[in-house]
Ligand binder design. Structure first.
Ligand SMILES: [Zn+2]
Ligand SMILES: [Zn+2]
Length: 113
């Protein structure tokens, strides 16, 4: 059993509703104080707030990427998938990457700004 850190009333197990999604927690009816319960079964929050596409090597993932008209430095194919990749924790601007749409080439390069 746990008690409120503010007013000492008994905390109740309930869904806490904040501006985001509701989550399980212990809440005080009297003053509104609450403690979030870190549930092991809860999936880690998906960082859907980030628009930066982190790319694997799967071709299916590649197909969902936007294509731009740019010359491949390797095979001179005029088209490449592109995406941004955040490097080192976010103090630096994301780097733009390209991958040649020619499947026999698949050359990947980054845009140096
Ligand atoms: Zn309280
Ligand atoms: Zn190419």
């Amino acid at each position: 059993m746990q008690f409120c850190g503010k007013c000492g009333a008994r905390l109740k197990l309930k869904q806490i509703r904040t501006e985001g999604k509701p989550f399980p927690g212990l809440a005080c009816d009297r003053c509104g104080f609450y403690i979030r319960i870190e549930s092991v079964t809860t999936k880690p929050e998906e960082s859907s707030t980030s628009n930066i596409k982190v790319l694997g090597d799967e071709a299916s993932e590649i197909k969902t990427l936007p294509v731009t008209t740019i010359e491949c430095p390797k095979c001179s194919n005029m088209g490449a998938y592109w995406w941004f990749l955040q490097t080192r924790g976010g103090d630096e601007p994301p780097t733009q990457f390209y991958r040649c749409t020619n499947e026999k080439c698949n050359h990947t390069w980054r845009l140096y700004t």
